[in-house]
Design a protein around this ligand. Sequence first.
Ligand code: PEP
Ligand code: MG
Length: 549
Amino acid sequence: MPGVRVQGVGVGRGVVTGPVLRMPEPLPEPSERPRSNTAAWEFARAEEALLATAADLTRHAEHSTGEARAVLEAQAQMAQDPSLLTDVRSRIAAQKTAERAIFEAFHTFQQMLLSMGGYMAERASDLGDLSQRTIAHLRGVAMPGVPESDTPFILVAHDLAPADTVGLNLGKVLGLITSGGSPTSHTAILARAKSIVAVVGVGSLDALSDGTEVLLDAAEGTVTIEPEDSEIQAARRRLGRRRSKVPIGPGTLADDTPIPLMANLTAAAEAPRARELGAEGVGLLRTELLFLDAETAPSIAEQVEHYRGIFEEFPGRRVIVRTLDAGADKPLAFLPARSDEPNPALGARGLRAFREDNTILRNQLRALAIAADATSAEVRVMAPMVADAAETAGFVLLARELGLRTAGVMAEVPSAALLAAQILGIADFISIGTNDLTQYTLAADRQLGALADYQDPWHPAVLRLIRMIGDAGGQSGKPVGVCGEAAADPLLAVVLVGLGVTSLSMTPEALADVRTELRQHTLEHARLLATRALAASTPAEARQVMLDG
Ligand code: PEP
Ligand code: MG
């Protein structure tokens, strides 16, 4: 089907062409025929395969950082879970082969997680991945996963497990196409952090057999099958225009209006790269990711140590710290999700986790104040999932009482946008979390690949809410940042500025493209484009406003 164009959601701005290679289909289900070897022999095989799988994942983890590392370590631990081994042993005792016992044991655990819903259900696919890896070890066959090739290719998959995304060989994988996943799914966030040109959520992959040449244009979110030379040239020209070099330096518009460009960080280890790429400070420090492994709440002293390490990387610079955002997609052992919540994303997450007992929040703010006083970084704090002015006042007063001078809130719930003027009467600033603001505006779980098309911050409904916040910022003279994934989309970044946003924070890898695009527009032009995007009735129409210039 030469020239056919498939639409998905682009990650980043790049353009690549090349032949596709599909991820192998999953291994077939092991047969139910009873074992012919002794139980002890089969069990030893199963145990060895699980150990080998855990060792593989640990190796991957050692080459990763941040969230990816935490996910891989958790997977390696799951492979060594004693209750899993007990289950496998009893199945082998009941005449199953090692392959069948492993398959059934993981399947049972998977069903259990799925029935719990929310974040636990999300982990179910990690178990499916583990099951396949272990069975491949047992069979001595190639691991299901990214195919090997001597020549570069564009990888096509239904979705990628975290282990596959972080392990992608950037020398060989030119780009990535997935049928599932949304722009804020793990796969997309990891792909963006690795600067892999990707189009996710394309639906059917039927037209993409091994060897088919495709043209991937992430800015447009399109995959063109067997493109004409003229289409490739046109895409490269578009890329050339997007990439015209702007040297590393502060973010500014064409009329020199400053738009500080900040980094989203999860750990001190990421700071040197962020500075190298020109981050002017930190716009979002996701503190819950510092404590993913902690079984009990970290002490004040322990926290001070962590925060100081990060603040010292940014002397004299602004560092915005988000207080713990536990729950739903970010579980913490010491702030467990409540088992009686059928919809964790609408449950006691973010600031709401501290409604009954705020000891953990108080300790965190105290630790932040001590660390801030010990360094020259300009530390600001903000709370996630704030709904209104009363919650804003509660948080801001607490932060000030505990020694923090500058306190703001995130706008992630539509009510916070509607009430932005009241909120800015109290808070020192607002930072818009477009990932959650989009999920709650469109009432579509950001973790569901099947609803990925709703998770689009270009949606005019989301843009209108951002305009309300931008207007409130303009009237109060207080800063309005964006720290969701939307800030990393260079075209959308221009629209955000036109809607009244005064700073942008993103994965450091996205800084260069956003800096370059901002330089092409004056504030007046950005405002004009934003007004046009607001009038659109679909995300695609809004995006088209920018593509038309
Ligand atoms: C957001 O919701 O946009 C955000 C920045 O927070 P997180 O992605 O960590 O929920
Ligand atoms: Mg959020």
